[in-house]
Ligand binder design. Structure first.
Ligand SMILES: [Zn+2]
Ligand SMILES: [Zn+2]
Length: 104
């Protein structure tokens, strides 16, 4: 196991928190096993759609899935992604038309 350099500690903390939330170190989309050196942090609602750079809008993904998603909207319907979309819609007014917001 390579030592994580100090400059990467912020990222490490994020990754650990997300692994805890999602209950896995695997890619959220394809299930591939990942470690700190291969994992990427993916925005559930892309920045280009107004998604914030927050943990609540993040999931762990492998590089190929992250690349494939790019700026596309992820259609994952799991409760965590649905909650992230609802949070973004409620807090940032993004995606209301798509029905992401909490019912009024
Ligand atoms: Zn993947
Ligand atoms: Zn999901």
């Amino acid at each position: 196991m390579r030592t994580v350099p100090r400059s990467q500690w912020r990222r490490l903390r994020k990754v650990l928190t997300l692994a805890e939330i999602f209950g896995s170190w695997g890619c959220h989309y394809c299930g591939r096993e990942l470690d700190f050196w291969t994992v990427t942090i993916e925005h559930i609602v892309p920045r280009s759609y107004g998604g914030p750079d927050q943990l609540r809008n993040s999931a762990l993904a492998c590089e190929p899935c992250n690349q494939a998603m790019g700026a596309a909207l992820i259609k994952c319907t799991c409760p965590l992604c649905a909650a992230a979309r609802r949070h973004v819609a409620d807090q940032y007014g993004v995606g209301r038309a798509a029905g992401w917001a909490s019912p009024a």
